[in-house]
Design a protein around this ligand. Structure first.
Ligand code: BGC
Length: 269
């Protein structure tokens, strides 16, 4: 079988669990060497478990600890990976988290923590990736593009979310960060897009699916009538990172079973 990402080096941030782990697995199956980034010492075992699974299916990679909200750690991660592997071809800007709170009770710490990881983390990683893509340029045998960045956004880059103002603000921010740099670097053959997942079955939203009642309530928001799985996002990421999508840049691709189709209007209005 043709491997669409053969020999390409991909950094996936926040890949020790959830969507990031799923994307790492899909990219590895497509032939990429995956850098499974995780934030702190406590997440190392989980990252290693993802790597072990990848290796049992014939994939290749390493784990790498780095808190994406810390500038010096991000700079070091990119320098280390370029030193070890020669370059980076793909950045999956995935690391993200929620610290939910009614707005009037939201602490500055909750606000800063979410914005720091979800938005500043994407800025820092994208900046280092772009420096490397500009340095290397296009190598035709690897890819038509000099580099690909996929930002993990959310349906909440367009759907307002009461009780989650910090998270929704971070995702709205990702949208215009992504589009602005996509515009800036298209002439350099760097492609930058976002995936906007809906409800994907991962630890971040466990309370939305772990009882039959919660799941039934969640499904009222999903016209396609199933919760998403990490491989739904992984498959999209492989396509967006491959030359099959070479003419796509600056796009937000919604992978959400129709969550953004205003499902409340299917029987009303
Ligand atoms: C959030 C999940 C939520 C989903 C749909 C995602 O961005 O992280 O908690 O289930 O959006 O609302």
């Amino acid at each position: 079988m043709e491997k669409k990402l053969q020999a390409q080096i991909a950094i996936i941030t926040g890949a020790s669990s959830g969507i990031g782990a799923g994307v790492a697995k899909s990219l590895a199956i497509a032939g990429a060497t995956v850098i499974i980034n995780h934030p702190v010492a406590a997440t190392k075992d989980a990252a290693e478990a993802v790597l072990t699974e990848i290796k049992t299916t014939g994939g290749n990679g390493i784990t790498y600890q780095c808190d994406v909200s810390k500038e010096e750690e991000v700079i070091k991660m990119f320098a280390d990976i370029v030193a070890q592997f020669g370059t980076v071809d793909i950045l999956i800007n995935n690391a993200g988290l929620q610290r939910d709170s009614p707005f009037e009770k939201m602490t500055l710490e909750q606000w800063n923590f979410v914005l720091g990881v979800n938005l500043t983390g994407q800025f820092l990683c994208a900046r280092e990736a772009i420096k490397e893509f500009l340095r290397r340029g296009v190598i035709a045998e690897r890819s038509k593009a000099a580099g690909k960045i996929i930002c993990m956004s959310s349906v909440h880059e367009v759907i307002p979310w009461a009780g989650h103002a910090n998270y929704a603000a971070s995702k709205g921010g990702i949208m215009l960060l992504m589009k602005s740099i996509a515009q800036e670097f298209a002439p350099k053959k760097i492609r930058i897009n976002s995936i906007c997942p809906g409800a994907i079955q991962t630890p971040i939203n466990r309370s939305a699916w772990d009882t039959p009642q919660a799941l039934a309530s969640l499904l009222t928001l999903i016209p396609y009538q199933r919760i998403g799985q990490p491989e739904d996002i992984g498959n999209t990421a492989v396509w967006l990172a491959s030359d099959d999508s070479d003419y796509i840049t600056g796009a937000s691709i919604f992978v959400d079973g129709g969550m953004t189709l205003y499902p409340g209007f299917s029987t009303n209005g």
